[in-house]
Ligand binder design. Structure first.
Ligand code: SAH
Ligand code: SF4
Ligand code: F3S
Length: 444
């Protein structure tokens, strides 16, 4: 019997990947994708706990779903409502007390057990809570990827985090670091490529801490894994995220030098340019170490561009500390970046630090930083005008005869091109910068 499934995803790319895998495990039960929650027999909120705002969104969405669920029940039907992801992991039972109409609460480590949980809620009244960190490896129990992937896909290779930055919930919600064996990563990559994927983004909370079992015994780091993936025929592009500066090694840098499929664009969060703040954050490197890493990447791959994450208004951050962040940005020059006000997360050390920064100060600093980062992004995009960039075409554009693809730097590029270009890489001469993307023409 066909049933409809609606999954709403919040947070990082790991959650995007997990949502696709949840759809995969539920497919054998007859679940097919729904357009929206209104016509769904099961709704999953795959949640994020990283900042307070992310968490609030979950409860307001649950408030919107409640009447839908009640309506369905009045009509003699049923809507199974599940909360998955990092809020589920962090809050568990509290979700069931704040929103007792929720049927299922499951953490990121147990979604391979979803069919069994769904069976349990269908059979009996009462909610199911599963936020264990089970001993069995989730990946061994997942079916092979089935959902259609398009041209570009995520592949999760590493999960969890042992870094314990003092502001961050991830080590608590995702648990200890775990790397998938290289063989299973390679097998999934080959399946994805056979299904038409041309670009893979390797995912992990700390993807460059990867140390998976190698096919020859021993372990492979990320650099070695990338070299093996580069041998998969028809895999045109490889990316990875998110990296920690501390785990960058020579093998990874040399992969950037020598593997043409590895894209010259790197998301490398630094959080702050102040050594005092970096230390209080437990990032375990100094601002100068970051500068040196950037230099080494640039020496290996001169056309590389960088993206990063920043937190402003961390407890104890002075004007001088903040200026150090601004100075670091000016020196490095980022092609793109994310920046956030520090948000105290329950249970993390920094939430209890003295000298929390007033909201008004945080806002003022964030505005200044974002202004700088936006101008750097604009300058980077404008510097692409006149360049020829290889573009991987992913979909049709809104206009007749138009295709949309991505540059090596993840910029969206709109081009007039024949439809058989989909899934292919073509050289494009960049002619203009639009609001959020580039425009250009095929180089004949
Ligand atoms: N694993 C990655 C980042 C994961 S979270 C890394 O180590 O860099 C993504 C980003 O959210 C972080 O880089 C950080 O900039 C931001 N973030 C995490 N916790 C936060 C908090 N409590 N307040 C504000 N921003 C936060
Ligand atoms: Fe969070 Fe730090 Fe781990 Fe990144 S490295 S996930 S910021 S604890
Ligand atoms: Fe959010 Fe969890 Fe990702 S807290 S950022 S969904 S790891």
């Amino acid at each position: 019997m066909s049933k409809k499934l609606f999954i709403k995803t919040y947070g990082c790319q790991m959650n995007v990947y997990d949502s696709a895998r949840m759809a995969d495990v539920l497919a054998p039960l007859g679940y097919t994708p729904a357009e929206g929650p209104e016509d769904a027999d099961m709704v999953v909120l795959n949640t994020c706990h990283i900042r307070e705002k992310a968490e609030e969104k979950v409860f307001s969405e649950l408030g919107r779903l409640k009447p839908l669920k009640i309506e369905r029940e009045k009509a003699g039907g049923r809507m199974i409502l599940a909360v998955a992801g990092c809020v589920a992991q962090a809050e568990g039972a509290e979700i069931l007390s704040r929103a007792p109409f929720v049927d299922l609460v499951l953490g990121p480590q147990t979604y391979h057990r979803l069919p069994e949980m769904v069976a349990r809620v269908t059979r009996a009244a009462g909610a199911v809570l599963d936020t264990e960190f089970p001993a069995e490896a989730k990946f061994d129990f997942l079916p092979e990827t089935t959902s259609s992937k398009g041209v570009s896909a995520f592949l999760s290779i590493q999960e969890g985090c042992d870094k314990f930055c003092t502001f961050c919930v991830v080590p608590y919600t995702r648990g200890a670091e775990f790397s998938r064996p290289a063989q299973s990563v390679l097998a999934e990559a080959r399946r994805l490529v056979a299904a038409g994927v041309r670009e893979l983004t390797l995912l992990g909370q700390n993807v460059n801490a990867y140390h998976g079992a190698s096919p020859e015994g021993g372990e492979w780091g990320l650099g070695r894994l990338i070299r093996a993936l580069a041998e998969v025929p028809d895999l045109a592009r490889i990316r990875y995220m998110t990296s920690h500066p501390l785990d960058v090694d020579e093998a990874l840098i040399s992969a950037h030098r020598e593997v043409p499929q590895l894209m010259p664009f790197l998301h490398l969060p630094v959080q702050s340019g102040s050594d005092r703040v970096l230390e209080a954050m437990n990032r375990r490197h100094r601002a100068d170490d970051f500068r040196r890493l950037i230099e080494r990447f640039r020496a290996a791959r001169p056309d590389i561009a960088f993206s990063s994450d920043f937190i402003v208004g961390f407890p104890g951050e002075t004007d001088e500390d903040f200026e150090a962040t601004m100075a670091l940005c000016r020196e490095v020059g980022f092609a793109q970046a994310f920046s956030f006000k520090y948000s105290p997360r329950p249970g993390t050390p920094a939430a209890g630090f003295p000298r929390q920064i007033a909201e008004a100060v945080q806002s003022e600093r964030l505005d200044r930083l974002q202004e700088l980062l936006t101008s750097q992004q604009r300058a980077f995009n404008e510097a692409c005008i006149g360049r020829e960039l290889p573009v991987l075409f992913e979909r049709r554009g809104r206009h007749e005869g138009q295709l949309v693809g991505r540059s090596p730097y993840l910029q969206g590029v709109h081009v007039t091109a024949p439809a058989d270009g989909l899934g292919r890489i073509r050289q494009v001469r960049i002619q203009r910068v639009d609001r959020n993307s580039l425009g250009g023409e095929l180089v004949s």
